[in-house]
Design a protein around this ligand. Structure first.
Ligand SMILES: NC(=O)c1ccc[n+]([C@@H]2O[C@H](COP(=O)([O-])OP(=O)(O)OC[C@H]3O[C@@H](n4cnc5c(N)ncnc54)[C@H](O)[C@@H]3O)[C@@H](O)[C@H]2O)c1
Length: 340
């Protein structure tokens, strides 16, 4: 049986990967320093028996011990800091955590004989798009240190593939949303900066929904984004893993992961009103610096090369996220939404 190490497995997307990998018959070991994740995200029947190694990905010794102890053969690397505003305020923290620690991780893996690697990259590597939908060969000009730290790590991967035989797939996610349809995992950032959980938290707490910028050059003046259900996103990781495991020669790929459909902030709020069953109050605020008007993926490459097909649309995203919001650990206490 193949053992996969899931870095960041105590976080939002990583915990969904753990569920899908186990369902597909892989052994899993979670590697997470719990700086932003939650040990209790890995409780419940579906996670029983999954080991959690609590350490930094930049801790080479622990990475190598983990590889030896569990017989790790491939890695899904979700661990990162991922808040744009924080990255602007503390760029060194982001480069150290996401790029430097990532480099230590990959070198430690290669030194231990592990050369199969899947990386969570981001649409933030593109910056302000020149064309929409955005293809993978679009120029990469990130506008914040978060995106820069991720793009720098893509260069690390590319170089180590050439020099040391690393085989990798870098997946550039657009806006990931939704929760496990069986309610075993869901989104839980603190502070929460993502639109859909913010809208649903506002609904749950009878608070106004904040909209940042209503004067963008879009049909209703609000930003347009491409939302992808976390289950579809993880399906792509499993396809990438199988491609890596079966490839007999150098395999390095970069793929966008998005639904190829754009929704404005106002459209999301209107769809959320239907799911929560009540009208929501809106508070219009100025634009946030660095928010592009429109980000929509072209995912043609991964559809063609790996046969990936997203199946869950906006209704499923909102329904699963709302079901999770109502039972999310800590949902009852007051959140720090207003700060993000
Ligand atoms: N959520 C999105 O919409 C989105 C979009 C694009 C890219 N991504 C990327 O997907 C990945 C997962 O995102 P998420 O939303 O699940 O984030 P998350 O914060 O929920 O999970 C990240 C996990 O990584 C852990 N971690 C961070 N730095 C670490 C380190 N140095 N060593 C060990 N563990 C560490 C945290 O404790 C946390 O559990 C990130 O790499 C993020 O950049 C997410």
């Amino acid at each position: 049986m193949t053992t996969v190490m899931v870095t960041g497995g105590a976080g939002y997307i990583g915990s969904h990967a753990v569920l899908a990998l186990r369902a597909a018959g892989f052994d899993v070991v979670v590697y997470d320093n719990l700086s932003r994740g939650f040990a209790d995200a890995l409780t419940g029947e579906a996670f029983r028996g999954v080991p959690l190694v609590q350490a930094d990905v930049g801790d080479r010794k622990t990475v190598q011990e983990t590889v030896r102890r569990y017989g790790v053969q491939a890695v899904m690397h979700f661990a990162a800091l991922a808040q744009v505003a924080e990255s602007v305020a503390q760029p060194a923290l982001y480069f150290r955590n996401n790029t430097v620690q990532g480099l230590e991780l990959v070198e430690a893996l290669l030194d231990s004989g592990v050369n199969l690697f899947i990386f969570s990259s981001t649409a933030a590597v593109y910056g302000e798009p020149a064309v929409v939908p955005i293809p993978e060969d679009h120029p990469t000009r990130p506008t914040n240190p978060y995106g820069m730290s991720k793009l720098s790590f893509e260069f690390v991967l590319e170089s180590l593939a050439r020099a040391r035989g690393l085989r990798y797939v870098s997946l550039r996610y657009f806006n990931v949303a939704g929760a496990d349809p069986q309610g075993r995992a869901g989104e839980r950032h603190d502070p929460e900066t993502h639109l859909i959980p913010r809208v649903l938290r506002a609904a749950a707490g009878d608070q106004p929904v904040e909209i940042f910028g209503t004067d963008y050059p879009t049909p209703d003046g609000t930003c347009i984004r491409d939302y992808i259900h976390v289950t579809d996103l993880i399906d792509a990781h499993l396809l990438a893993l199988r491609a890596l495991l079966t490839s007999t020669e150098a395999f390095t790929r970069v793929y966008n992961l998005g639904s190829e459909k754009g929704y404005s902030v106002r459209e999301i709020v209107a769809a959320a009103e239907k799911v929560v069953g009540k009208p929501l109050t809106i508070r219009e605020l100025p634009r946030r610096p660095g928010d592009p008007a429109m980000l929509v993926a072209s995912s043609a490459r991964i559809r063609q090369e790996l046969g990936w097909q997203p199946r869950l649309g906006l209704d499923a995203i909102l329904a699963t996220a709302w079901a999770w919001e109502k039972r999310r650990p800590g949902a009852a206490r007051r959140t720090r939404d207003a700060e993000s």
